[in-house]
Design a binder for this molecule. Structure first.
Ligand code: CP
Length: 305
């Protein structure tokens, strides 16, 4: 039995296979409509979500399976003090696979050690978000036609942004990838991510506060939200929340084939005026995420189509 807690648990070959299956599902949905008949996915979300939870649920329904779960800790027995371990031991009796989001880093890992069914980390605090990374990789593959030879600008909250940490880990395994880390001083990439991935693997990177100066060299611009829920101090959030707002004017020196990504939700960091720009990929990214989650459910349940 296999869970997915960290994107690096999947080899690049396995990621290539998941992308191929997601592509096949997109092109031949009818082929997969009965694939998970009789199977149940439990979505245990102790933290809010729109895309991740609903795309997991849509994924399971489109595979012919069923879904149960909760969307907030308050409506579960966690509100009465039940531990994550006990919760997943019990949910394992009712479901064949679990997708869990939790505000505490490491909670899905603990869950995977106690559950008797596969557990998928659907985001743990400021740590990891591997299925968002699968969506991101599928987007890059489909929009750029490659996962190597790319200069990737990551902009906004690089400190608490779990999608950024997982994406750096995943992309660092492909050839000739360079990162431009664009953030305010207070929201720089954590030193453990720099040390354990970028420095250790000799991946080229630059750190800057200047988005417009970085723009001309980017193949991909990955915008992120400054996450109010991760700040201890409201004044710090208010001071930093508008650090980067991508507007059409700021794209003046961008490449014509730039791919603009964002894990969403956005607040104001990408102007809605950009939504109709052909370079805006963030809504497609949310759709790619559903197909990759379908491919992942099939893989972890060992279902062959
Ligand atoms: N990208 C993402 O994780 O979105 P949700 O928080 O809506 O699931």
């Amino acid at each position: 039995m296999r869970s997915l807690i960290d994107i690096l648990e999947l080899s690049t070959e396995e990621i290539g296979e998941l992308i191929a299956v997601a592509d096949d599902i997109r092109q031949n949905p009818a082929k997969y409509r009965e694939a998970c008949r009789g199977k149940k996915l439990a979505t245990l979300f102790f933290e809010p979500s729109t895309r991740t939870r609903l795309s997991f649920e849509a994924a399971m329904y489109e595979l012919g399976g069923n879904v149960l779960g909760f969307s907030e800790a308050q409506s579960s027995s966690a509100s009465k003090g039940e531990s994550v371990s006990d919760t997943v031991k019990v949910v394992s009796l009712y479901a064949d696979i679990i997708a869990m989001r939790h505000p505490k880093e490491g909670a899905p890992l603990v869950a995977s050690m106690k559950a008797s069914v596969p557990v998928i980390n659907a985001g743990d605090g400021g740590h990891n978000h591997p299925t968002q990374t699968l969506a991101d990789l599928d987007t890059i593959w489909n929009e750029k036609g490659r996962l190597d030879n790319l200069t990737i600008g990551l902009c906004g909250d690089l400190k608490f942004g779990r999608t950024v940490h997982s994406l750096i880990a995943a992309m660092s395994r492909y050839e000739n990838v360079k990162f431009i880390l664009i953030s305010p001083e207070e929201l720089k990439l954590p030193s453990y991510v720099k040390r354990d991935i970028l420095v250790k693997k000799g991946i080229p990177y630059e750190q800057t506060t200047d988005l417009e100066a970085a723009m001309p060299q980017l193949d991909i611009l990955y915008m992120t939200r400054v996450q109010r829920e991760r700040f201890f101090n409201e004044d710090d959030y208010v001071r930093l929340k508008d650090s980067y707002i991508l507007t059409p004017a700021k794209l003046k020196n961008a490449r014509q084939d730039l791919c603009i990504m964002h894990p969403l939700p956005r607040v104001n960091e990408i102007s809605v005026a950009i939504d109709d720009d052909p370079r805006a990929c963030y809504f497609k990214q949310a759709l790619y995420g559903k197909y990759m989650r379908m491919a992942l459910i099939l893989k972890l349940l060992g279902v062959e189509v």
